[in-house]
Design a protein around this ligand. Structure first.
Ligand code: IPM
Ligand code: MG
Length: 430
C-alpha cells in the first residue's frame, strides 16, 4: 500500500499547496514538495490549543501533520476551538457547548494543554481542568494510553542511573472516565464538629473495569505479553472489585501473563526496576500519578504523548504535560510530546499507520541530529526553542521523501517507538 502511494507522487511547487502561507515553517524546508494530486482521504481534526504552552506546541504539531499528510496523500481540515482557561476568558465556561459539539463531530481531537495561575483560585466548575474532564466524559474516551520509552538518544536526560533507565519501554493504560475523578457523592461540607470537610468517592462498576481491562490485555498482547494491574486491593473495596474483574477478564487472554501490584509498591518498583514492566493497567487517579512518574524515567514529561479512546467516536490526543505557565510564550516548550501525540492520532484514531511511522521516524532523526529543547538538553547537543525544534522535525519529515522509499520509512519495525505505540487501534476510524 505504501509503495503504491509513492508511485502516485508528483512534484508541485510548495506554494500551490500552502497558498499564501509562505512564512509557514514548512516553506523553509524545501521549495519543492512531492505530493499526491488527489488526497485519498480527508479528515476533520478539532484543534484545542488551550492554555500556556498549548498554542505553541499545537502550532508545531499541526505543521508536522500537514507536511506528513501531504506526503501520504491525506488531507486535514481543522476546526480550532477554545477550551480551558482560554474558553473561560472568551465565553465564561471552560468547555463551551460548541467546542464539545465540534469535537464530537470530528474524526479526531488534538489538545495542547489547559490551566494556568490566572484561574487557579476559580471555583471548581470554573476551573480549566473541569473543562478537560468534561471533554473526556463527553467524548466517552475511557481508555487512556500513555507510552513511556527511554530512547537511547535521551538516556542521559533520565534522572535514574543509566543502567536502570536504558531499555525501559512501558505503556500505562489508565481508566479515564471513572473512579474518584467522577464518583459521587463528592463535595465540600461540614462534619458533626462543625469542621469543613471535602469528600470524593472512588467507585467503579464492573463494566467499567471489564472494558478497560480488555483494552489493556489487547495492548499487552501486541507488546511483550505482560500485563500488571495496579490497585490498592488491600484497603479499598473499589480496588477489590477491580482485581476480581481483571482476573475474570484474564480468562479471555490466556496468552497474556497477568500480575497484580499494590500502587505504593508500583510507585517504588517504577524507580527501582522499571524494566520489569511491559503494560500497566490502572484506575484514573493511580494512572494519573504513575504516568507522571513513568515520564521522568524517560527524561522529560515533554516527550510523552497520549491517546484517549472510547468504543466509538473520535479519540482525544494530548501530550501528558500540562500548560507550563512558567515558560509559556517564551519559545522554550518541547513540542515533541504533541508531535508524538499526532503520531498516536494517526495510528490509533485514524488507522493511518504509515503516516504515524513517518512522524516517529522524523522525531528520532531530529534527536539523532542532536537537537534538544531545554528539558532534554545535555552538554554536546544543540539547544533549540520550540519553533526551531518544529522546523527541524519538518526537515526530517521532508528528508524521508527522496531519501527512502516509502516501504522503508513506513515499516513499523524500523521505529523504536513501535513497541511502545504498537498496540491495537481500539477505535478504528477507517
Ligand atoms: C493529566 C492531567 C489532568 C488529569 C488534569 C489537568 C485534569 O494531570 O492529564 O494527567 O488529572 O487527568
Ligand atoms: Mg496528570
Amino acid at each position: 500500500m505504501a509503495a503504491s502511494h509513492c508511485l502516485q507522487l508528483n512534484c508541485k511547487p510548495l506554494a500551490n499547496k500552502f497558498g499564501k502561507l509562505s512564512p509557514n515553517p514548512i516553506a523553509k524546508v524545501s521549495s519543492i514538495r512531492c505530493s499526491v494530486t488527489t488526497p485519498r482521504k480527508r479528515y476533520t481534526v478539532t484543534l484545542l490549543p488551550g492554555d500556556g504552552i498549548g498554542p505553541e506546541v499545537i502550532s508545531v504539531a499541526k505543521n508536522v501533520l500537514n507536511l506528513t499528510a501531504s506526503i501520504e496523500g491525506i488531507q486535514f481540515e481543522y476546526k480550532e476551538r477554545p477550551v480551558g482557561g482560554a474558553a473561560l476568558d472568551l465565553t465564561g465556561v471552560p468547555l463551551p457547548e460548541e467546542t464539545l459539539l465540534t469535537a464530537k463531530q470530528s474524526d479526531a481531537v488534538l489538545l495542547g494543554a489547559i490551566g494556568g495561575y490566572k484561574w487557579d483560585n476559580n471555583e471548581k466548575h470554573l476551573k480549566p481542568e473541569t473543562g478537560l474532564l468534561h471533554l473526556r466524559e463527553g467524548l466517552k474516551v475511557f481508555a487512556n494510553l500513555r507510552p513511556a520509552s527511554v530512547l537511547p538518544q535521551l538516556v542521559d536526560a533520565s534522572t535514574l542511573k543509566k543502567e536502570v533507565a536504558e531499555g525501559v519501554d512501558l505503556m500505562v493504560v489508565r481508566e479515564l472516565t471513572g473512579g474518584i475523578y467522577f464518583g459521587k457523592p463528592r463535595g465540600l461540607g461540614t462534619n458533626e464538629n462543625g469542621e469543613q470537610i471535602g469528600f470524593n468517592t472512588e467507585v467503579y462498576a464492573s463494566f467499567e473495569i471489564d472494558r478497560i481491562a480488555r483494552i489493556a490485555f489487547e495492548t499487552a498482547r501486541k507488546r511483550r505479553g505482560k500485563l500488571c494491574s495496579v490497585d490498592k486491593a488491600n484497603v479499598l473495596e473499589a480496588s477489590m472489585l477491580w482485581r476480581k474483574r481483571v482476573n475474570a477478564i484474564a480468562s479471555e487472554f490466556p496468552d497474556v501473563e497477568l500480575s497484580h501490584m499494590y500502587v505504593d509498591n508500583a510507585a517504588m518498583q517504577l524507580v527501582r526496576n522499571p524494566k520489569q514492566f511491559d503494560t500497566i493497567v490502572t484506575n484514573n487517579i493511580f494512572g494519573d500519578i504513575l504516568s507522571d512518574e513513568a515520564s521522568m524515567i524517560t527524561g522529560s514529561i515533554g516527550m510523552l504523548p497520549s491517546a484517549s479512546v472510547g468504543e466509538s467516536g473520535p479519540g482525544l490526543f494530548e501530550p501528558i504535560h500540562g500548560s507550563a505557565p512558567d515558560i509559556a510564550g517564551q519559545d522554550k516548550a518541547n513540542p515533541l510530546a504533541t508531535v508524538l501525540s499526532v503520531a498516536m492520532l494517526l495510528k490509533y484514531g485514524l488507522g493511518e499507520v504509515n503516516a504515524a511511522n513517518r512522524i516517529e521516524a522524523a522525531v528520532l532523526d531530529t534527536l539523532n541530529r542532536g537537537f534538544r529543547t531545554g528539558d532534554i538538553y545535555s552538554p554536546g547537543t544543540k539547544l533549540v526553542g520550540c519553533k526551531e525544534m518544529g522546523e527541524e522535525v519538518l526537515k526530517s519529515v521532508d528528508s524521508q521523501v527522496p531519501a527512502a522509499p516509502c516501504h522503508a520509512v513506513c515499516s513499523s519495525e524500523d521505529s523504536p517507538f513501535a513497541a511502545a505505540l504498537d498496540s491495537p487501534n481500539p477505535n478504528p476510524k477507517t
